[in-house]
Design a protein around this ligand. Structure first.
Ligand code: UTP
Length: 289
């Protein structure tokens, strides 16, 4: 398999669980302390060797392209004022990294968003990164971990973790065919099953390496009852051979920042890791409870 160098960032969702904040900005622009979720995800991708970033954006929200704009005027002002620490904060994407913005048109689901990347991805394996899954890595970052498995197995691979029983019905759930430590062949995959029907409690989280074949399956996937094209339904197509598709257990701590609780937990966790404010936050929490 060729090197994996392209990553798709679907950022066109409506973010209804974060209204009104998401009326004019995508939820991926919400910051954990002082950095937007999307920037953490982009840094993870670049560290994993990705050189083309493909953002699938909402037509009405331009904050993500604005965020990654090089900001020449502001840069010049800080340069003239000798404010290197502020210049460092403006640095987001190195010049050699290609960025492409594709409007989704209508928010017709994650599968529809990924399909918009078909022409730019072409005939290569590629990463999909959902920035609202904020991941604190343990060692190798989540995208790099998947790329290593995909290259070793010449196959698609999704990141999974055990999810609580009450949340099983909110995830794509995989059934494992053969267990080989952290990396397993997938037998089946099902979107948002009831707890009774779920084949396991292994939920697919927001990191994927996918074969370009997935675009053919996405084109054939019908909208669900809510009018959305689900990525999971197309992933089931990749299971025509189990050795084509693996699940890899996430080595890291994930926070689902698509809803309030996960977002606040991520913020508290990051603030307790932040040397500048950690001690004060601990005292604040002690005083507050
Ligand atoms: P979610 O289902 O978590 O996002 O999609 P959402 O629809 O914005 O959230 P709620 O439920 O209304 O609060 C997972 C990922 O897929 C992207 C989202 O931006 C998020 O990164 N997505 C979803 C799209 O890019 N386009 C879509 O049409 C739907």
């Amino acid at each position: 398999m060729k090197k994996i160098t392209k990553a798709v960032f679907p950022v066109g969702g409506m973010g209804t669980r974060f209204l009104p904040a998401t009326k004019s900005i995508p939820k991926e622009m919400l910051p954990i302390i002082d950095k937007p979720l999307i920037q953490y995800a982009v840094e993870e991708a670049i560290e994993a060797g990705i050189t083309t970033l493909i953002f699938i954006t909402s037509a009405s929200k331009h904050a993500i392209s604005d965020h990654f704009d090089p900001k020449p005027l502001l840069r010049e002002k800080f340069f003239k004022e000798g404010k290197q620490h502020l210049l460092d904060k403006l640095h987001t994407i190195p010049n050699e990294i290609t960025r492409v913005f594709v409007p989704q048109g209508e928010p017709l689901g994650l599968g529809h968003a990924v399909l918009q990347a078909k022409e730019i991805v072409g005939d290569e394996y590629f990463a999909v990164i959902l920035a609202d899954d904020f991941i604190k890595p343990k060692g190798t970052n989540a995208t790099k971990q998947l790329i290593e498995v995909a290259l070793e197995k010449s196959a698609s691979v999704v990141s999974v973790e055990q999810v609580d029983e009450e949340r099983v019905s909110q995830y794509g759930i995989v059934d494992i065919a053969k267990i080989h430590g952290l990396t397993n062949e997938i037998k089946s995959i099902v979107e948002k099953p009831s707890l009774a029907d779920a084949p396991s409690n292994l939920g697919v989280i927001g990191r994927y390496i996918l074969s370009p074949e997935v675009f053919d399956f996405l084109e054939q996937t019908k909208s669900d009852k809510g009018g959305e094209i689900q990525l999971t339904d197309a992933l089931a197509g990749l299971l025509n051979k189990p050795e084509n598709f693996y699940a890899s257990k996430l080595n890291g701590k994930r926070f689902d920042c698509g809803h309030k609780l996960g977002y606040i937990q991520a913020t508290i966790d990051a603030s307790l890791d932040d040397e500048e404010i950690s001690a004060k936050i601990q005292n604040f929490i002690k005083d507050r409870i």
